[in-house]
Design a protein around this ligand. Structure first.
Ligand SMILES: [Zn+2]
Length: 495
C-alpha cells in the first residue's frame, strides 16, 4: 500500500518556504516522524513521481485482477465478496472512511475522504466487476496479471480496474499536495450486468452523496494518441417477442401448409419493423425525437482518429453496411439502431428435421439517442406489432435513457486542459455507442456535472479475449486526473 508521503521526492524536513501560504505546505508523517513537504501548486516532479508509482500500480492491479469478480456468474458470489472486501481495504489504506453498502444485489463500496467540509467534493465512480471469460480462448491466464513490456493482460485490466487504480493513485497524490478537494468514491460490482440495484443504492445514500461533480473513467478513445472525452451515451430498450401457435412439434409432412409457423411469423414481423440491409427502422414515429447533431459535434467525432477499416478489423467484420469513416461514426454516436440478438425455437441440431415448432421467441433491442424516450419507443414498437400480429406477446427486458453531458463550462474546460497537459494534445468530444446505466442514475439523482474521462483504447479489447491495459495510458491517466483535480478544486460553487 502507498501511505501518504511515503515515497515523495523533495520533502523538506522541518521548514516551509517563505512566501508560501500554509495551505501549500502539507505536514506529512512517515516512519521517521513528521516532515513538511513543499507543495506549491506547480506539479514540477509529477512525471518522475508517477514513474515511481509504477511498481505499486502493478502490484495492486495484479491483486485486483486475481479476484474473478464476474458479476454475471452466480458461482462467483464469494469472489465478488472477496473483491468488495479487498476494494474497501484499498480505499481505507488510502485514508478513506470506507463502508460496504448492501443492496438487493451485489454490495457497493463507498469511501469518503473529507478533509475540510468547506472544500468542494468530487465523486469518482468505477466498477470492479468484470465480464465472464473463456480461458481456452486466452493466450494468458485471465486472472493472473501478465506483464509484457508496458502492457498488462488480464480480465478487468482496462474495464475497469486499471482506470479505477489510476484515479485512486491520483487522489493519493493530490492529497499529499494538499489540493483543497474532498473525495467520495463509489465502486460498483454490478455494472456488467446492467446496474440493476445501483439506483436503489444512490437513492438510499443520497443524503451522504452530495457532491459538486462526478468523474467516471470507463470509456474508450477511438485511437491511441487521440484523447477523447465522451459526453453522450446511447440509451436502450430491449425486449422479447414470443409467439405460441401449438403445443408440440408437428411433422411438416402431416401439417405443412396448414399449421402456422411461429419462427416464420416472427421473422416476418422483424422484417416489417426494420430493413435488415440498410438498418432503417420502419416503425412510424421512431425517429421523431432524434436530436439533430451540429456540424461542430460531427467535426469533433471525425477528428477522433477513428478509422472504419481499423474498426472492422478490431471487431472481425468481413463486411459492414457502410464503410465511410464519418458515416460509421455518425451512425454509432448519433443515430438509433434496431437489432435482432437471437431467434429461439425449432430444430437446431445437425442436418434438417422436418418439424413445425409450436413456439418461438425473438430477442430484440433498439439503441436510442438524445431525446428518444425508451418507454415511448417501446410503446410505438408494441403498437406496431400488435396491430399486425395480435397474438404475439411482447415483454420489455431492460431500458435505459440516452445521456448527453456537458462539452462546455468549468468542468469540461478543466477536463480539456488536464487532458492536454497529460497527453500533449487537446481532446476531442465524442459520444459512445453504448450505455452506462450508472451514469444516468447519477445524473438523475446527484444533479451535478459528470465528466467521462476514460483511458481505454480500441486495442485494449473491452469485454474481449486477451483484455489488456498499458502503462502509458495508466501513467497518462494518473497525470490527467492529478491535473483535473487540481483545476476543479479552483471552481467556485454556484451561488
Ligand atoms: Zn466498464
Amino acid at each position: 500500500m502507498v501511505h501518504l508521503g511515503q515515497k515523495r521526492r523533495g520533502a523538506v524536513q522541518g521548514e516551509c518556504y517563505p512566501g508560501i501560504e500554509p495551505i501549500h505546505c502539507a505536514v506529512l508523517s512517515n516512519t521517521k516522524g513528521l516532515y513538511l513537504i513543499m507543495t506549491t501548486n506547480q506539479l514540477d516532479n509529477l512525471d518522475v513521481d508517477i514513474s515511481q508509482m509504477r511498481p505499486e500500480f502493478e502490484t495492486q492491479l495484479a491483486n485486483l485482477v486475481a479476484i474473478p469478480t464476474i458479476s454475471s456468474d452466480p458461482r462467483r458470489t464469494a469472489d465478488i465478496q472477496r473483491g468488495v472486501e479487498f476494494a474497501a481495504e484499498l480505499l481505507a489504506n488510502s485514508g478513506f472512511t470506507t463502508r460496504i453498502v448492501s443492496t438487493a444485489g451485489n454490495p457497493v463500496v463507498c469511501g469518503k475522504l473529507i478533509i475540510n467540509p468547506s472544500w468542494p467534493t468530487v465523486t469518482f465512480y468505477n466498477h470492479l466487476d468484470v465480464q465472464p471469460v473463456d480461458p481456452s480462448e486466452w493466450q494468458t491466464d485471465p486472472f493472473n496479471l501478465t506483464i509484457k513490456g508496458d502492457r498488462y493482460f488480464g480480465r478487468g485490466t482496462v474495464d475497469d480496474k486499471g482506470p479505477a487504480l489510476a484515479i485512486l493513485m491520483a487522489v493519493q497524490y493530490v492529497r499529499e499536495q494538499n489540493v483543497p478537494l474532498n473525495f467520495t468514491c463509489i465502486w460498483e460490482f454490478e455494472e456488467e450486468v446492467g446496474s440493476a440495484h445501483f439506483e436503489d443504492f444512490i437513492k438510499a445514500e443520497q443524503a451522504t452523496l452530495a457532491t459538486d461533480s462526478v468523474l467516471v473513467a470507463d470509456t474508450v478513445w477511438q485511437a491511441a494518441g487521440r484523447p477523447a472525452i465522451s459526453y453522450g451515451l446511447r440509451g436502450l430498450v430491449s425486449f422479447e417477442l414470443t409467439l405460441q401457435t401449438g403445443t408440440s412439434d408437428v411433422h411438416s409432412g402431416l401439417a405443412g401448409g396448414v399449421a402456422r409457423n411461429p419462427l416464420g411469423e416472427l421473422a416476418h414481423i422483424i422484417t416489417e419493423c426494420y430493413d435488415a440491409t440498410t438498418g432503417h427502422v420502419n416503425i412510424p414515429g421512431f425517429y421523431d425525437d432524434v436530436q439533430p447533431v451540429t456540424t461542430a459535434e460531427l467535426n469533433g467525432f471525425t477528428a477522433s482518429g477513428f478509422s472504419a477499416t481499423d474498426f472492422a478489423a478490431v471487431h472481425g467484420f468481413i463486411s459492414m453496411r457502410i464503410s465511410k469513416d464519418a458515416e460509421v461514426l455518425s451512425r454509432i454516436m448519433t443515430e438509433p439502431s434496431f437489432e435482432v440478438h437471437g431467434l429461439v425455437g425449432g430444430y437446431t441440431g445437425p442436418g434438417v428435421k422436418n418439424i413445425i415448432p409450436p413456439t418461438a421467441t425473438a430477442k430484440l433491442s433498439a439503441r436510442l439517442v438524445p431525446n428518444q424516450d425508451p418507454v415511448r419507443i417501446f410503446n410505438l414498437i408494441k403498437n406496431f406489432i400488435k396491430e399486425r400480429h395480435p397474438d404475439i406477446q411482447m415483454r420489455m427486458v431492460d431500458m435505459c435513457n440516452p445521456y448527453l453531458g456537458e462539452t462546455q463550462g468549468p468542468y469540461a474546460t478543466a477536463a480539456t486542459d488536464a487532458t492536454k497537459y497529460a497527453f500533449g494534445i487537446a481532446p476531442v468530444f465524442v459520444r459512445e455507442g453504448g450505455s452506462i446505466g450508472s451514469v444516468l442514475t447519477m445524473s438523475k439523482h446527484l444533479k451535478v456535472p459528470i465528466m467521462l474521462l476514460g483511458l481505454g483504447l480500441p486495442e485494449h479489447g473491452y469485454h474481449s479475449v486477451n483484455e489488456n491495459f498499458d502503462w502509458l495510458q495508466a501513467a497518462g491517466g494518473i497525470k490527467l486526473f492529478v491535473k483535473y483535480f487540481t483545476e476543479i478544486a479552483k471552481i467556485q460553487r454556484p451561488e
